[in-house]
Design a protein around this ligand. Structure first.
Ligand SMILES: Nc1ncnc2c1ncn2[C@@H]1O[C@H](COP(=O)(O)OP(=O)(O)O)[C@@H](O)[C@H]1O
Ligand SMILES: [Mg+2]
Length: 253
């Protein structure tokens, strides 16, 4: 069996049960290298459960999960440093500078001190924080903190980046800047990503493919972003409303 190197995420007919409760039901999803996939779904749809499967915090009750060819649960070690994450809250270490925070993942990967420094500075430059490397999180604005968090995720040049509502806590202007930044960085290194968001417009801005999850986590519908109205256009407003209804209409509680 030769795993397809182009497939970074392979979720194959996965079910997750918590006792008798079904949180994920027969979910299959593949993400190819360089692809950006967004997951849209209501609270309780199983979005966090899916992320937990991918980072190996949880084993599926049935089915198979592979990230870059490895089983994240049983081969946790093989995936160390190969998944970058950014969350709604930037989760920076308060007593470390911006530079120190970006170095974190590189330290875990045991890169040399010189390389840690060079790589961390380079990624902070990329997110336009070249002059803020020595500032502490408390000295940074919310948008700057999230830039540090993105730099930290990209600096390890992971096989996969997971965004969990990464832009939800920012004001719209800052969020729009960071979305553009994210797309630019992804394009530079052909990054593969899975983007969890409740923001319909954001999903279509960031992703090539948008997946609507029903409850329990089960694919309701998949959209190819390039075939739908572009975010920001008048047609998108009506399209957005249709999607909103699909998500809300799937309320099972
Ligand atoms: N460890 C757990 N034990 C029992 N139920 C859980 C556990 N984790 C999640 N669930 C349930 O599974 C469903 C999906 O949860 P979650 O993945 O957190 O949804 P989302 O992130 O989309 O809001 C929810 O109904 C939640 O209550
Ligand atoms: Mg969640």
């Amino acid at each position: 069996m030769s795993p397809d190197k182009r497939i970074v995420v392979d979720v194959d007919n996965v079910t997750v049960r918590f006792k008798s409760f079904v949180a994920v039901e027969g979910l299959s999803l593949q993400i190819a290298k360089g692809e950006r996939v967004a997951i849209l779904g209501r609270t309780g749809a199983g979005k966090s459960t899916l992320l937990n499967l991918l980072v190996g915090n949880l084993a599926p009750t049935a089915g198979k999960v592979r990230v870059a060819g490895a089983d994240p649960f049983s081969e946790h070690q093989a995936l160390q440093g190969r998944i970058g994450m950014a969350f709604q809250s930037p989760r920076l270490v308060p007593w470390r500078t911006a530079l120190g925070n970006v170095k974190l993942g590189l330290e875990i990967l045991r890169r040399s001190k010189a390389e840690q420094d060079r790589t961390a500075r380079q990624w902070l430059e990329q997110v336009h924080l070249g002059s803020a490397v020595d500032l502490y999180p408390s000295q940074l604005s919310g948008g700057m903190r999230q830039r540090v968090s993105l730099a930290r995720a990209f600096a390890i040049e992971p096989d996969l980046i997971l965004l969990d509502e990464a832009f939800s806590a920012l004001d719209e202007v800052t969020a729009a800047d960071l979305r553009n930044e994210f797309l630019r960085l992804c394009a530079q290194i052909e990054m593969t990503s899975l983007i969890v968001t409740h923001n319909i417009e954001e999903a279509f801005i960031l992703a090539d493919r948008v997946i609507l999850l029903g409850r329990p986590a089960k694919i309701l519908k998949t959209f190819v972003a390039s075939e739908e109205p572009a975010p920001g256009t008048a047609d998108f407003v009506a399209f957005r409303e249709t999607i909103h209804k699909m998500i809300v209409g799937n309320a099972s509680s």
